[in-house]
Design a protein around this ligand. Sequence first.
Ligand code: ZN
Length: 107
Amino acid sequence: MTCTEVRRRLPAPEAPHVAQVEAHLQTCAPCRSEAESLREVDRRLVRLGQARAHIAQTQRPLLDEALAAQLGPSPSRLRQIVSSPVLWALLLITLSLAALWLRLRHR
Ligand SMILES: [Zn+2]
């Protein structure tokens, strides 16, 4: 495998190529260095993502507060449940079944 072919598969070669890439990296210092650089970029991207997630988490209450200030308080849980279309569909089905049962019972 040539350097170009190896570098195209870095930093994480697909399963069928792992052995060939690893063999090349054993003997080629520039590709080994490239592989390590790419792994470092991956590690930094992961850490950046974690840091951003942490910041987002800590900022969440402030965002909720700002949203509530702009849009008014969020609807109560009860109001959310009452406005649920699923609840109304279940209620309608239950009433229909009850009506059907009553009708069949009084025949
Ligand atoms: Zn190489």
